[in-house]
Design a protein around this ligand. Structure first.
Ligand SMILES: [Zn+2]
Ligand SMILES: [Zn+2]
Length: 257
């Protein structure tokens, strides 16, 4: 799969270069220009191709060639025909209302996210937030980041979901509140088979601030099985949230994609 996406990326990038790179359309839904988030960054080189990138972490051509999702099921964000709900979600709807993903979890986004999450390349946060903000049609009343356990937060020094949610909240003019607490330490999900992930995180979250009647968007880096987001959503709904949507930077696609 990686090779297919690498080829796609190279082709899209070539097309973007031929078309003259970045087009500066600003989405109408945002209250602060997302671009303003990157204003203070120093001029730098593209993390993918080393071309001059101005104040952004990627050059315009690489940015335009990142793996976008296209029409997707509104509930699980997996590709679907004309963006209709997929059969799986009709049969077994997730606890959240809608899922929004800025990108497919594929080359080279997988590498950027890995560096962001495990090597503290936090300069990517505004890029991720901006890509998500561009897709938001109706802003929620509140943003919440999926928390890490206190132990993991101490080890890593930061929470990647919080780092994405912070610039996103500024972009949208929506408050970001620490409404969830991770009550149980759970094994790193990446190390577990998919089947066991749901069992591992069930009941791992509780709401620690009032959310009754509030429309919340829950922010995380990646949506794979949805086990973590499911547990976090259930905690918010149990505390009376009127609606929970989940917003992620990238959606893991089935192996056949
Ligand atoms: Zn580049
Ligand atoms: Zn679906």
């Amino acid at each position: 799969m990686s090779n297919v996406w690498r080829e796609k990326f190279d082709n899209w990038r070539r097309l973007a270069v031929a078309a003259g790179g970045w087009s500066a359309a600003t989405p109408a839904t945002t209250r602060v220009s997302p671009r303003a988030l990157l204003h203070d960054a120093l001029p730098q080189r593209c993390a993918l191709c080393s071309a001059p990138a101005g104040r952004r972490p990627l050059c315009a051509a690489c940015e335009r060639a990142l793996p976008r999702l296209g029409p997707a099921c509104p509930h699980c964000a997996l590709p679907s025909i004309e963006g209709e709900p997929c059969a799986e979600c009709l049969r077994r709807p997730p606890p959240w209302t809608n899922a929004l993903a800025a990108f497919a979890y594929a080359y080279p986004l997988d590498r950027l996210l890995h560096a962001f999450k495990y090597r503290a390349t936090l300069a990517y946060a505004p890029l991720f937030a901006e890509a998500l903000a561009e897709q938001v049609q109706v802003p929620p009343q509140m943003l919440a980041a999926v928390p890490l356990s206190p132990r993991r937060q101490r080890e890593r020094g930061y929470n990647q979901a919080q780092e994405i949610a912070r610039p996103l909240a500024r972009c949208l003019g929506v408050p970001l509140h620490p409404v969830l607490s991770r009550t149980r330490d759970t094994p790193a999900l990446a190390a577990l088979p998919w089947r066991q992930r749901g069992i591992s995180v069930r009941g791992a979250f509780t709401a620690v601030a009032p959310v009754r009647g509030v429309r919340v968007a829950l922010v995380d880096d990646v949506l794979t099985t949805g086990a973590t987001l499911r547990a976090a959503t259930l905690a918010l709904l149990a505390a009376g949230a009127a609606r929970v949507d989940v917003w992620v930077v990238a959606r893991t696609l089935p192996p056949s994609s």
